[in-house]
Design a protein around this ligand. Structure first.
Ligand SMILES: NC(=O)c1ccc[n+]([C@@H]2O[C@H](COP(=O)([O-])OP(=O)(O)OC[C@H]3O[C@@H](n4cnc5c(N)ncnc54)[C@H](O)[C@@H]3O)[C@@H](O)[C@H]2O)c1
Length: 258
């Protein structure tokens, strides 16, 4: 039996890519599409061939109940992150969330919601396997080269800064090298997260890129990851849709599924 999936934020850039990826995976079935702005429009008209001709709707709880969806994939907007997560859980579906902007307090609240309802969920600031590997390698390198800064570069439509990936990378680096004294704040030196300066660039032409630059005596080491198309996120999203059914708690970060 295929896994019944609803996509929230279906009309957006990531939502459309996710609808295509879910519809083309034989183990998954795209049963619903939710988007508050494009509600009423046919998904197939918007996304093109290969997806079912579902009407896009605005009420996530009603769509999950009507379709008996097991999984809700959310790529909407940072300000809706908590609302969509709680609605999916309340309707009895497992959230797979790529929407960014999460704070530690939000994550704790989601963890509690999952426990209360006995449902699994996955929140991943980055679903691309290469970015997850970059984070792992950064944590490894930080044990030997603790001086490090992050530059993250994204398209100019991205609503949040710094990126969730950069903050997560900083947290992994901090855990690997132990606590450090924060540096003197300076507007041109980025903003420190977990003691690591992050510099955010937003420009047309970019998609999602990150450099982690380590400095040591007479040497530097730079890790670079580039997402060149939104397809780069899809293997991770599809993996999460399948694995979330085995969980009864929140998993934060795709690296915990690999
Ligand atoms: N985790 C990852 O790997 C990853 C990768 C890329 C982007 N992102 C994040 O995914 C999110 C979406 O990015 P995008 O570029 O597709 O944005 P987008 O602006 O193209 O699409 C967002 C869509 O969500 C819809 N929407 C707004 N509020 C909603 C709600 N309450 N319920 C349902 N739909 C709603 C909008 O109408 C829009 O169609 C952002 O937070 C972005 O940072 C995550």
């Amino acid at each position: 039996m295929s896994v019944r999936v609803v996509v929230s934020g279906a009309a957006g850039r990531m939502g459309q890519e996710t609808c295509r990826a879910v519809a083309s995976d034989p183990a998954l079935e795209l049963v619903g599409a939710v988007d508050v702005v494009q509600s009423g429009r046919s998904l197939a008209d918007l996304v093109g061939g290969g997806v079912p001709g579902l009407p896009m709707r605005g009420d996530l709880v009603a769509v999950v109940r009507d379709t008996q969806a097991q999984v809700v994939v959310d790529f909407s907007v940072p300000e809706s992150r908590m609302k969509v997560f709680s609605a999916a859980i309340a309707a009895g579906a497992r959230p797979v969330v790529g929407t960014t902007g999460w704070t530690e307090a939000d994550i704790a609240a989601c963890r509690t919601l999952c426990q209360r309802h006995g449902l699994g969920a996955i929140i991943a600031p980055n679903f691309s396997i290469g970015a997850v590997l970059m984070m792992k390698f950064a944590a490894q390198a930080a044990r030997y080269m603790p001086s490090v800064e992050i530059i993250e570069l994204h398209h100019n439509q991205k609503l949040d800064a710094p990126s969730g990936t950069a903050v997560k990378t900083a947290a992994l680096i901090a855990a690997a090298r132990g606590d450090r004294e924060p540096g003197e704040p300076h507007p041109a030196r980025g903003q420190e997260f977990h003691g690591v300066p992050i510099h955010s660039v937003r420009l047309p032409g970019l998609l999602a890129h990150q450099q982690v630059i380590f400095g040591g005596l007479g040497q530097t080491l730079t890790l670079v990851h580039d997402s060149l198309s939104r397809e780069s996120f899809m293997p991770g999203v599809i993996l999460a849709c399948k694995r979330v059914l085995e969980l009864n708690e929140l998993v934060y970060g795709l690296e915990n599924l690999l």
